[in-house]
Design a protein around this ligand. Sequence first.
Ligand SMILES: [Zn+2]
Length: 351
Amino acid sequence: MMDSEMNLGMDPVALHASLLALDTHIDIPWPAGPDFFTDSPRDQTGRRVDLPKMRAGGMKAGCFIAYVPQGPRTPEGWEAARSRAHAMLDAINGMTRDADGVETRVASTVDAIEAAHRDGATIIIPAVENGHAMGEDLGLLAAFRAKGARYLTLTHNGHNALADSSNPRKDLGDAETLHGGLSELGRAAVLELNRLGMLVDISHVSAQGGLQAAMLSRTPVLATHSCVRALCDVPRNVDDLMLDALRDCGGMVNITAVPSFVRPGGRADGVTVSDYVDHIDYVVKRCGLAHVGISSDFDGGGGFSGWRDASESGHLTAELVRRGYDAAEIGALWGGNFLRLLRRAEEVADA
Ligand SMILES: [Zn+2]
């Protein structure tokens, strides 16, 4: 990288079209929202990621999230969370179709993802955000995996039974810390995720909890949708210590497109693709290119000027080319690194 002259002949549009471009964190409207198969406005009435926008933007794959907001840590709260997670996973599994020469397919192993890509299908990879979805029942993780989930984000905003959050919820009675990082149950959940071949996502987790997960997990952990704190100092972003831990365990951070995580106080119309790629450059310089990737958090707060929805994804590739990254490096950033982690999780699960 950084030898821009070598890139003078590279056509970013052709390059982008050739990639298995994968977004590691996309929310879905819930409980109701526009159909995934139909183009809709990108405002609150529509969605920033649907099949027409993915195809227009050269996006081949996405992790679609069964997201559970934090609620009371009570049997009733856990039951509501469990049932919502299952219903959302069912909805994500329903985002498949094969009509008029256009196919979408749920794929939850690397072999299946690569086969779907060879067949020209748009690829749906399910995942679960917030360990609150399993309450105190470790057995639910296998049920989520059975519905295709490939990662669990351990927390959201607010502490849960597994871990402390980077953003405690005073309205739910949270103190600054509840467990001092991971709870006993949280440690057991990390090992169960390893056994199931699901990745451990430390986005939203407290700094202490993230470091503990990175040390404990037998599979590289990752932040599926976070920026770096050195460039935007908010608790939700990963600090240098965590970046080094992610590098040392073979993991990664997938930079997110939420404006206020990209730039302090950032708003959608004031944040640019260049601001976003600054976060990629930072991790590349500090940790190496193998430890960084791309996520949008579209339909969950992500999106800014130049990358407002999935149809504009090629703008990122154009900026990466402009900064001197070569085709192999851009492919690694756009999903290759994440697939390496998924493959590793499969090997650990099988071992
Ligand atoms: Zn999130």
